[in-house]
Every structure is written in C-alpha cells, then in structure tokens.
Design a protein around this ligand. Structure first.
Ligand SMILES: [Fe+2]
Length: 384
C-alpha cells in the first residue's frame, strides 16, 4: 500500500527538525494524506524479467548540467555521434537567451525500435527557470514524453520538477508514468548546510501522472529499464552527503513511515543510504548497454554492475552522468574505480554533473579519449 496515515506518535522529534509537522493535530495530517490517497494513481511497474528491450537507436540530450562548454567540435566515433549545441541564433533577431548551466542534472532520452519512437525525461535539474530555458532552446517537446523518471530524491535532480509540471500543464500525456525507486525517494532530506527539501508527491499526482514505485528492475516506455535497488557489490563505500527523515510533515511532504523499514524510523535524521536510487538503462542493438547514472550515490561501479545484473547483459557500451567521485575521496579510491572500469570495459565513459574533476583527469590519463566530458546541450547518439 502506498499511502498510509502519518503516525505522528512515531515521530517525536520531527517537528523540532522540520517545523510544524503535525500542526492541526494528527487528524489534520491524516485527512490530508487521505486526500492525497483519494487522488492517487499508482500502478505496479512492469518488472523486467528476462526480456530486455532492445532499441535500434538512442539519443541522449543533456538538458541541465553543471557546466556549459563552447567551441568543441562535433564528433563521430564507433557507435557514438556527439553533437555539441553552440549558441542560440536566429536569422532575423539577436539570440536573447543562451543555454544555462547550474548544479543539477536533467536528460532527455529519445529512442527508436522497429520504427517506434519513445521519449523519456530523466530528472529535472535544480531550478525550473534553467530547465525550461534549456528545453526551449534545445527544442525538446514535453508533449512527446512517454515516461518521466526521477533517479533519486535530491534537490539538484527534482528542484525543477514542480515548475516544469506547471509549465506543461495540459500538454503531457494523461496518466503518464512517473518512476521513482521507492518510498524512500520522498523522505525529507538535509545536507550539511541545512534543509535540502523533499519531493512534492501532490504535484506529481495533481499533474495527472501515474506514480510508479520501482524498487525492482522495471520496463520504462517499452524501450528502457530501471536498475531497481542498486546493490553494494563492489569495494565502493558511498559518501553520505545528506541525511534523511522518515515521516510526513504538515504540508504532505515526506515519506510514509508505514512504507519504510521500521529501523529507519528513529524520529531523527539518519545517514542517507540512497536505498531508492535508480539508474535508467537502454540496450542498444549491436552495441550494448547505455547506463544513465544520474548521481551514483550508491557507487558508480555498483550502479553499472546493477544494470548488468538486472539485464543479464555484460556488454556495456557507455555510462553517462554523474559518477560522484568527489572529495574527500582521493587518488587511491579513484584509481580503484578506474581499474573496475577497465574490467567492465565500457567503450565510452561520458561524465558530467557530480563526477568530480580529479576523476576526470585521472580517468582521461588512464583510459584516454574514451572518457568524454558532457555539458548542457550535448547530444549523444548511439546506434543506427
Ligand atoms: Fe546530483
């Protein structure tokens, strides 16, 4: 069951952390949650069991990312074409606007299989202003989207979501699936500097989307699959940059205690285990897996190996996204990851967002130009 009444009694210190969680009493919150439930549309995700979808062609456009790069040539390589969007020109007027970078990530994946096209949006960046600006300049059409995926519950990935949903009201496909990796995605989070927000469940439901909790590998828009829960199978011991709190506040933000492991419901912020984090993956015909790892909090090697295990496919063509190999992780740790990538042997490592500059430098030195830096507007085309 997805929706459960907030159990304020189980959250003795919640109010002290996030404000008037039970303002108006438990009845108020319960009524609000019940209202959410009444409006809810949830559906079981179609679980990946054996038959991995195969696409003929995949195009991944980086819509929001940390950096904007100019003056880089387009490239055509074996099984990969890289297009770099530069400028925003018109024949009869000055450009006015330009692609913006910000701390955050959003990607648009367009795939083709047997002549059928599918479009998936993965994450929403930090702010709607940047997301919508870049969507406009890149000519991304939200009305074509077949599914939305949120990789994990961090603000730099969902911060632009509510503004995006408001701006596309009436334009998105009705009941379109919105995938998250589990209830944990909704928990209220803090980073060391303060509150880091929580995913707005009501905004998702009010937008006439169908919420899919996909803790197991799940098929997305017939063409892709999510990894499901990412196992800790490598040496990686992920950083825990945020803490999380179980419970729902007076405004309906948060995760339902009854749908969370009881041991996590301490009433206090606990280290974030990213139990809900997922990566979105495509199998590109004749090439292999293309893994879209948004932030790799569970470890980038763990993430890629989870995609391999979920699909039963060992051939990895490319890994795209934020690898999260950042300070205080040092060179020894980075070199271990590089060794693991040598063993997996992906053809391309396309890094951006939270990857970490030191990883890029060392990986580039060790693995050569298979390591590619993405940026806002970069379009990566795989396959036919
Ligand atoms: Fe991130």
């Amino acid at each position: 069951m997805l929706f459960n009444a907030c159990n304020c009694g189980a959250l003795p210190s919640l109010a002290a952390h996030v404000g008037p969680l039970c303002a108006g009493g438990a009845g108020f919150v319960s009524a609000m949650v019940a209202a959410l439930a009444a409006n809810s549309r949830t559906a079981p995700a179609k679980t990946l069991r054996g038959n991995v979808p195969v696409v003929d062609k995949l195009s991944v456009r980086i819509v929001t990312d940390n950096i904007v790069m100019q003056f880089i040539a387009n490239e055509k390589r074996d099984g990969l074409t890289i297009e770099r969007k530069s400028g925003n020109t018109f024949p009869d007027k000055p450009p006015g606007r330009i692609l913006n970078g910000e701390w955050g990530l959003a990607m648009h994946a367009q795939s083709f299989a047997g002549g059928v096209e599918r479009n998936v949006m993965i994450d929403f960046g930090y702010t709607p202003e940047v997301l919508l600006n870049n969507i406009g300049i890149l000519n991304v059409d939200p009305s074509t989207f077949d599914a939305l995926v949120l990789s994990h519950g961090h603000y730099d990935h969902f911060g632009g979501m509510v503004g995006f949903l408001n701006a596309t009201k009436g334009k998105l496909k009705a009941r379109m699936p919105f995938y998250v990796g589990g209830e944990d995605c909704f928990c209220i989070r803090r980073n060391p500097g303060g509150q880091f927000g929580a995913l707005d469940r009501k905004a998702i439901l009010d937008a006439d989307l169908t919420l899919m909790l996909a803790s197991e590998p799940a098929i997305v828009a017939d063409h892709a699959f999510t990894t499901g829960r990412i196992g800790q199978t490598s040496f990686e011991t992920p950083l825990q940059p945020t803490t999380e709190l179980i419970g729902v506040d007076a405004n309906g933000f948060g995760c339902f205690a009854d749908d969370m492991p009881p041991e996590k419901n301490t009433g206090n912020y606990i280290p974030d285990d990213f139990d809900h984090e997922i990566a979105t993956t495509y199998m590109v015909k004749d090439h292999g897996l293309v893994v879209l790892t948004s932030c790799s909090h569970r470890g980038v090697i763990n993430t890629v190996r989870q995609a391999m295990a979920s699909s039963g496919i060992d051939k990895v063509h490319a890994v795209i996204g934020g690898f999260h190999v950042v300070p205080p992780l040092g060179d020894d740790y980075i070199n271990k990851i590089i060794d693991e990538f040598r063993a997996i042997d992906p053809k391309y490592l396309i890094v951006g967002h939270c990857t970490g500059d030191r990883f890029y430098d060392l990986a580039r030195a060790a693995l050569g130009d298979k390591v590619i830096h993405s940026a806002v507007g970069t379009r990566l085309v795989f396959g036919a």
